[in-house]
Design a binder for this molecule. Structure first.
Ligand code: CDP
Length: 245
């Protein structure tokens, strides 16, 4: 989050620098089952973000002392490729990616029927190939599709979106410039059927009224994004039925 709220991110006509209205999403495309070796996979393109997710499991958790006798462990690993950002990202985990991996693991766990798989582990590899703001939410949204593609039983989807504040105005789905130079960034993920919040983080500050506007925008967008997730899975089923891989 930048400190320079004086940078012009909204034009006189009310449009954002990329021509969007405050409540518009960037284009989102999801493809399920893109990898042959993984149990489940999905590729999401969300604005300029490209994130590939592969899922393995449920399989016996290893080392054994990590096993939970009551449920499967969900281990999401969020990783940014060295070439995913403007300045080469040093390979390997850093504080940011460890934190994101933790919050994404917890969000996914609340959607998966983990109690059906005691002592098991479900691995979710979230690889950011190209980053353009909102990668944790893009990765989480694709991860839910990849988990469903792996045939892992879920009680609900997980769907996320971001809103924020730029030039004192609440806008949906921040672009890279808006994320860098805006005043607030609020990623939220929910279970769309049960309407439970499973991830909520905030950078910057919002008034209570702005927070209400931002969450309404997000909840409205989440039903559209969830439809894209479900369409990706049904498109994959159709390919399978036709004898594709
Ligand atoms: O990606 P997300 O919005 O979930 O997380 P963030 O920490 O708010 O990062 C916002 C954006 O900053 C990322 O999407 C990247 O485009 C960029 N970024 C970067 O250029 N280099 C990094 N090491 C981390 C983030």
């Amino acid at each position: 989050m930048g400190t320079q709220s004086d940078i012009k991110l909204i034009e006189e006509n009310g449009l954002r620098l990329d021509g969007r209205n405050p409540g518009d999403l960037r284009p989102i495309k999801i493809e399920a089952g893109v990898l042959n070796r993984a149990d489940g996979s999905a590729l999401i393109e969300w604005g300029g973000n490209k994130v590939l997710v592969s899922v393995y499991g449920p399989r016996e958790a290893y080392p054994k002392h990590n096993q939970d006798i009551n449920k499967a462990i969900v281990k999401a690993r969020y990783n940014m490729a060295a070439f995913s950002v403007d300045e080469r990202k040093r390979p390997g985990p850093d504080r940011r990616s460890i934190e994101i991996s933790k919050v994404l693991s917890e969000a996914l766990e609340s959607a998966i029927m983990v109690e059906q798989f005691p002592r098991a582990q479900i691995d979710v590899f979230i690889e950011v190939l190209q980053a353009d703001a909102g990668t944790r939410i893009a990765g989480l949204t694709a991860a839910a599709v990849a988990i469903a593609d792996a045939g892992i039983p879920m009680r609900d989807f997980v769907t996320g979106c971001t809103a924020g504040k730029v030039n004192d105005k609440v806008v949906l789905d921040l672009s890279k410039e808006e994320d860098n130079f805006g005043q607030a960034d609020l990623p939220i993920a929910i279970l769309p059927k049960s309407k439970k919040i499973v991830l909520l983080q905030m950078d910057g500050d919002l008034s209570l009224e702005e927070f209400d506007t931002a969450t309404s925008m997000i909840i409205n967008a989440i039903s559209r994004i969830n439809e894209i997730q479900r369409n990706a899975l049904s498109a994959k089923v159709k390919v399978d039925d036709a004898g594709g891989e």
